[in-house]
Design a protein around this ligand. Structure first.
Ligand code: GDP
Length: 363
């Protein structure tokens, strides 16, 4: 081919030779330090039992990880931590957004820590994948507590089904207890199914309510109220003291209509102000009374045993579902079957049967 620009007579710009194609892989990358290798089971367990917060955080990250090798390692660590766990008060805290959960957990937490010991605040928020955990567990929400040396605050594990998120939180409880945390708060937003999950992993379930939102009992699911061991009405300050007391009376009479609880404990209804720190000690006296009561009548142990059984079946369910839905071939067949069912070409039952047959026949 002619290249007139290379002619000595040519007065235009000359063309320089291009640069050599650089290697696809950055050669400096190999010199960079590799990612830290995974710690060993014994390293993790020893660190946790010593109460080392960095090790604890690392182990919790492994519990939350989706990588199979992390899962296997985390399970071994949990197994080894189990004998050191169980000696804590597990308290679930729920309430609609704006009820004052963060404000309250901040002051409840400091109140509890004044008696000594350590406190872990965990959260279950199945929506946190979307919100990146900003609704729950954000440290800035619990300003005072997050600066306390004896408090460990961990946002909700993100990603996955409610069952998966809840299992991870339950496993984190075991690790925290082994690390010497003798009070565990598990927070959740009082808007959906997550209350049931929290209820199934705590000893005491606290429902935070607010007054002055029209009919006090509206918008709160009967099921959630039935799960509560204590109902506390927040923001009982200023002009809101009257409405809060009215709400208290309404909740008390509503609770009388419920069937007796299996623990024999009659849920109490109190008012307080998280923001102005009024009535905090009374809330904790109620919780202390509850623990004395259920430890006295054996319900405490029974509830924990039932929960352990529940979580065994939950974990089996979760793993089975995961094994089924993670299968790429199943995924393709499901999409096809779904279209057939929606197009009335096949019945739901027949479509399900066919996919299950394929799944069970696979080896
Ligand atoms: P969360 O969404 O349940 O975590 O609620 P927050 O703790 O973020 O509180 C929601 C709003 O209610 C904030 O503006 C708080 O300042 C306010 N708040 C919380 N507790 C009280 C209280 O005891 N009294 C009053 N008056 N306001 C409060």
């Amino acid at each position: 081919m002619e290249h007139p620009e290379n002619d000595s007579q040519y007065i235009g710009l000359t063309v320089n030779g291009g640069v050599a194609q650089p290697p696809i892989v950055n050669p400096y990358l190999s010199k960079r330090p590799r990612r830290k290798p995974l710690p060993s089971v014994s390293e993790l367990v020893e660190g946790i039992i010593k109460g080392d917060v960095t090790t604890l955080s690392r182990a919790v990250t492994l519990v939350e990880s989706l990588a199979p090798e992390h899962y296997a390692l985390a399970q071994e660590v949990i197994e080894k931590c189990l004998p050191y766990s169980g000696r804590s008060r597990r308290i679930g805290i729920t309430g609609v957004p704006g009820a004052g959960k963060s404000t309250s957990i901040d002051v409840f937490g400091l109140h509890v820590l004044r008696e000594g010991g350590k406190l872990a605040v965990l959260a279950i928020d199945p929506s946190s994948e979307r919100t990146k955990g900003s609704i729950l567990g954000d440290k800035t929400r619990m300003e005072k507590l997050s600066q306390h040396p004896s408090a460990f605050i961990r946002p909700s594990p993100s990603a996955g089904s409610l069952g998966g998120v809840a299992r991870k939180t339950r496993e984190t409880i075991v690790l925290c207890e082994a690390a010497g945390y003798d009070n565990i708060f598990v927070e959740t937003v009082g808007v959906g199914q997550s209350e049931t999950a929290v209820h199934s992993m705590v000893d005491f379930f606290l429902l935070i309510q607010i007054a002055g939102a029209g009919d006090e009992l509206q918008g709160i699911k009967r099921g959630i109220m039935e799960m509560a061991d204590g109902i506390v009405i927040n923001k009982a300050d200023g002009d809101n003291v009257g409405p809060a007391q009215l709400a208290q009376a309404q909740y008390r009479s509503a609770l009388h209509l419920f069937p007796p609880t299996t623990s024999g404990w009659m849920p109490e209804v109190l008012t307080y102000s998280g923001y102005y720190e009024l009535g905090i000690a009374e809330v904790w006296e109620m919780i202390d009374r509850y623990f004395a009561f259920v430890k006295g009548n054996g319900f405490f142990e029974r509830r924990r045993q039932q929960q352990a059984r529940y979580w065994m079946f939950e974990t089996i369910d979760e793993q089975l579902r995961k094994h089924f839905y993670d299968n790429p071939e199943i995924d393709i067949r499901l999409a096809q079957a779904e279209a057939d069912v929606l197009g009335n070409r096949r019945s739901s039952f027949a479509a399900a049967q066919q996919i299950l047959k394929y799944y069970f026949d696979q080896k």
